[in-house]
Design a protein around this ligand. Sequence first.
Ligand SMILES: Cc1ncc(COP(=O)(O)O)c(C=O)c1O
Length: 916
Amino acid sequence: MKAPLSNTDTEPYATPSSVWRLRTDAWEYLGYAAKQLSSPSNSHAESKSGEKGLLIEVTRQLRVLEAVETYWAVPGKAHLLTLRARIEEGDYPAALSLIETVTRGFARFRHELDDSLAEADPDAEPLTQVVPAVADPRPRFEVLVIDDISETVREELIAEMASQRRESDAFTYQINVVPSLEDALIAVLLNPTIQACILRPGFGISARHRPGADLRKFLDGFVDPGISAVPPRERVLRLADMLKKLRPELNLYMVADVSIEELAGSANRRFTRLFRREESMELHLSLLRGVADRYKTPFFDAVQQHSRKPAAVFHALPVSRGGSVVNSRWIKDMGEFYGLNLLHAETSATSGGLDSLLDPRSTIRDAQVLAARAFGARRSYFVTNGTSTANKIVHQSILAPGDVVIADRNCHKSHHYALMLAGAQVAYVDAYPLNEFAFYGAVPLKTLKSILLDYRRAGRLDEVKMVTLTNCTFDGIVYDVERVMEECLAIKPDLVFLWDEAWFAFAGFHPIYRRRTAMAAAAALRANFEDPEYVARAKAQRAVLFDPETGEPADDSVWVENRLLPDPELARLRVYATQSTHKTLTALRQGSMIHVYDQDFSHLNEVTFNAAYMTHTSTSPNYQILASLDIGRRQAELEGYELVQRQAYLAQSVAQMVARNPLLKKYFRVLTTVDLIPEEFRETRRPMPLRDGIAAMDEAWRTDEFVMDPSRLTLHIGNTGVDGDTFKHKYLMDMYGVQVNKTSRNTVLFMTNIGTSRSAVAYLIDVLVKLAEHFDRERADMSPRALAARDSKIAELVASPPPLPDFSRFADSYRSCANTVDGDIRTAYFTTYRNNACDYIMPPELFARVRAGEEVVSAGFVTPYPPGFPILVPGQVFTMEILSFMAALDTREIHGFDPEVGFRIINQVPASVAGD
Ligand SMILES: Cc1ncc(COP(=O)(O)O)c(C=O)c1O
């Protein structure tokens, strides 16, 4: 029998993201050891020295668990004490049975323990938690009580709460008690099953067990050092704020026998409810109600109820109720494959508990309100045609023809199309290039500030309406959203921001990721703007930014070099985020959301938003997609933290494996922050912050202009001699069924998601090892000529390709001013509708004309795949730089180029307006 991996190199509860693994591994090791020790003929325990070795490791793992399990209610202290006693007595079969009750729970549902611990050992000391004798199908959670109480009082409290349970309760829960503020913070970080905390003013400050160095550092940066001087009542409020910062979804309750009426004002915002000690029944019901409030899914429930109601359909949608399918002789397999529930749930009704997406008044409205709460938005809207449509809705709702929008040139194509439809003047900004890997990073803040200052200098700042950026980028580069908005608002206080978070919906459910989401950043800025200390600092900075005499702004360099603070009295927070919920959380394909944090929404944008929403939304939106958004929100609120933490951890474990395995290292390298974020954008120097712990990640995510999403891995494959596209199709997909989405010439992007399991990760490593072996074998069998050809391909793939070109410029005729870069993409696009407005041109002639200085204007989007970014949009001019780049690309696919006839160009460019 093979020993499971033991975490000999990991200190107890080292980093929250790895504790779930540490915990399951420790229990699994104990199970393995107890089995060995129970059976005399086993290989390890046969000899005295073998038995001794096992017992040393068992003792060590028990110590780890005794520290870690402090933060879990189940299996609980009593279970561990009994286990230790059985091991010390040498009663290994009894120990094994105690361990197996725990590991069975892990096997059933990730690390969730089952409630049947009472079955474990009939002779064991009674467990303090009242647990049912058979596995309970109801969802269970844990409640954390924070109070420094004696063991007897603890037992009484647990027994009192347990006595409130009813068969009819929708959920079950167990209670754990920790004595201090630090223990409470550690518990909610480590134990994602905690859904509610009960704060009682008697708690202390320091953790009972010494936390590992990483957690210690994190706590030191998180807890105000002056907290012990704060009076107990105020301390409860501070702890509540800290818990909400880590896990805003938690229900917090305060139980205090002081006059709680006095606290009600300050506490209401933070607590779900305040209680006096004796009200345990009410507390029990509130705990259940608090979780039920996140569990509820108004629209998903309505769809289910509708599907169960008898109804006759005299309306559209023949598949409704399976009508056109179940009686068909030819398409019965549709019903068999999808199941009848899908067809029963299909309806075009908007009444009878269902609702209209275009004018939501009941269940869809309620589901959207819950989504807004979950994602920290003021309003949320469901979208059934993906973020491609969500982006168009937001752009159209904000921009009138002629408004200037600053947009990342690498933004998703839906933005380019949206801006063309809206008739905006688009000022594209360049992201920093990653030439070695042939893709782009993100747009530096200096670039954004500089372009805003260009418009101010040109006297056109009032025309700039909006900034559109992608966070995080496909490749996982994450902006400092709060800082970008803060500094841009200092230059233009009413700017609107659209953050395309197509790949970032999950980020709202992890304390460190969350800070870099649009909604959290907007809320943080709002809090800053209301903070007198911040207001004073901003005011002081105005004296530097403006000449006190004339009121004129200081030189642009002062604005670029200083970290700007907006004027809180002028700045408006108008922030939109679009998320492909379906890409990173549970939702059916195309399920997306728009989240809004716009202080001016109701008086400036609600009407135009509704009109834009009508423009782009089907009158027959897919109910299954909407219901999946509702239930995906439930999951995110109840287990998002656990899943996101795991996903990032799993990705890091792949990176570590690739870095350590000598065979994998020969062919593959996971690119790190050092590769993907130039030094000028980082203050921290760690290649993989999360690998070094939560404190290291926290530090990088607080300070660096850009950080990497640790749940994504860009694997450099240049040393295989195979390009990214071939690697994706021929090796990963065809040979091993591994799906990836994005490649560049020498990289492949692997993304983990909340559905990624440990076995999937193990499979991926296995596949990479097999591929490495394949490349090894292939090389060994190659003729000298083939080997030379392979080596030259490798040299080409690892060498820097031609530098990625900056975006070109709009033809003068589409620009409204010579000193600013924006262009009228809509006019350019519609020019092409006119008869004979366009021509096709083959590359040699194009080269010649551009070389001769002619302004040749593209009629369409030109996008080579990979890298997949448009290098020209309608109305922009071909440059030598762009043509040379395309000539050097070994790309098979260039959208916007037809090998038969060439590029489409505009041959009737209107008269120039630039410089007017
Ligand atoms: C940055 C970005 N925005 C928007 C989209 C479009 O999202 P959806 O597929 O949900 O329409 C994508 C798709 O890949 C994307 O990468």
